[in-house]
Design a protein around this ligand. Sequence first.
Ligand SMILES: [Zn+2]
Length: 284
Amino acid sequence: MGWYRNDYYGFRPYVSVAQRRRNAQKHVAKLVKDGRTVSPVTIDGRTIAKTFWGKAWCDNLESYSDFENRLPRGRTYVRNGSVLDLQIEPGRVTAVVSGSEIYRIEIKIKPLASRRWNAIKSQCAGKIASVIELLQGRLSSGVMEIITCHDGGMFPAPSEISLDCSCPDWATMCKHVAAVLYGVGARLDDQPELFFKLRNVDHLDLIKQVGRVQGMTRRGAGGKKTIAAGELADVFGIELEGPTRRQRPASPEDAQPRVKPKPAKPAKPAKVRKPAAGSLPEVG
Ligand SMILES: [Zn+2]
């Protein structure tokens, strides 16, 4: 069978699955050594996003004709563990994706306009009972409609998104960028609060006008109303990333993927997950 491999007939050098995996592991090890907190996207089963926030993110992107034809090529990539690292910060997603080579992706998303955010807040006032229900997506259909509405909702339109990838096939949207866009949906399953961070708004603004949230919030150091991290961590069984922990010290122990929010299950330390054997894509 070796005579027919694409290193003889293809236009680009053939990179075996094993070689890709070695390259990916080497790159992740280097990121960790450089002090980066590496957060790979891991998908259990075939469904990329399962929760309200993750699904709403993916549904929103797929609802635009600009994106719907190009997005599907990213699904295999994100499912097979090619997104080695994905970071979400206000207005920006950065990621490292393994293909024929290692590629860097940057997706910029305009922060939610304050006028739009104010309108959403007043529309949702008194309709969301708690932070827990907000983040778990246990929302009334009315609130879901407000949040997911194309016109005036929280999710970005293509005109608010700019895409970039370091690969040579870069056009409007390559499969690496598409994989990262789906990867954001998967990440929101685990950490829905990152959606609000990405859009540069405070999710507590949506619930703080509600009396029932009293007792769940406390005044933070800056006088800002925040929920006690321990309380949320207890409920979700997750380790929360506080504002003071954004610059973390260089240490291999830091390179741990986020633990999924399974209630009543203590957070377990985990190693950086390697892409599953034989799971890397054939084309780059
Ligand atoms: Zn690319």
